[in-house]
Ligand binder design. Sequence first.
Ligand SMILES: [Fe+2]
Length: 290
Amino acid sequence: MEIKRLDAPFGCEVLGLDINSGVSKDDYLQVRAAFEAHSVVVIRGNPLSDETQIAFSEMFGPCEKTLKGNPAAGSVFARQSNLDIATGDRIPADDRRMFYQKANMLWHADSAFKPRASLCSILSARIIPSEGGATEVASTRLAYEALDTPTKAKIDPLIAEYSLVWSRGLIGYEFNDEERSTMHKVRHPLVRENPANKAKSMLIGAHAMNIRGWDQKKGLELLNYLLEHATQPEFCYSHNWQEGDVLIWDNRACVHRATPYNANAEKRLMQRTTIGDVSDEAFDREAVAA
Ligand SMILES: [Fe+2]
């Protein structure tokens, strides 16, 4: 196995790993170290099955169960696709399910709105369109490092608030009353320190709706400023998919977004597993009613 830096501001590629034939503890530890160091790990030529994706994902930690809005709800997969899960046919563009997925085009960190934030996501390309549909990832670690000292000192102690109702509202999607009743705003530290290497990063993106104790207009001004700063090209990597690619990104240290493809003419099926950040447990008690 070999680990090579990407030709990008951050990220690495793992060569010579066959996930389907089983990943040894030693190989996992090398991938994990590369993940902690580089925030994005690309592994090509690995057409995973659901079973092998779950087994590999569980080496990183507990997989989250997927919420109701996703067609794969109740499983550990968040399905990103324009194909109906039951029939395999393309879903019409005006269907609520396609509208829901539009939110993936906003910069975000997966599961920031959950009481336990996410360590990482693992996305496996099962069917990809002939063009478009790249995934862009921005390093909030590089972006934090580039901030001036007074800004770092200002944001270091802040607690931010996150909500899925808020972020879906940004694209005009509304949950029904039953769905809303189960959704609460959560709080996490805005600036996070990686336990393995002490590198700091920011938990920002569409799910972030305010800073605790701040007027929301002022909170959003700061959050929008930080997001704009973090998503400049100098902190970004764009992944152009091939079938069989596996992409791992650090949700503590990155934001990402989907980019468009021709969903009326092409097919796309990506399976995502999302691993919880077990070190984030302390913030369960910060969950508050929206
Ligand atoms: Fe996402």
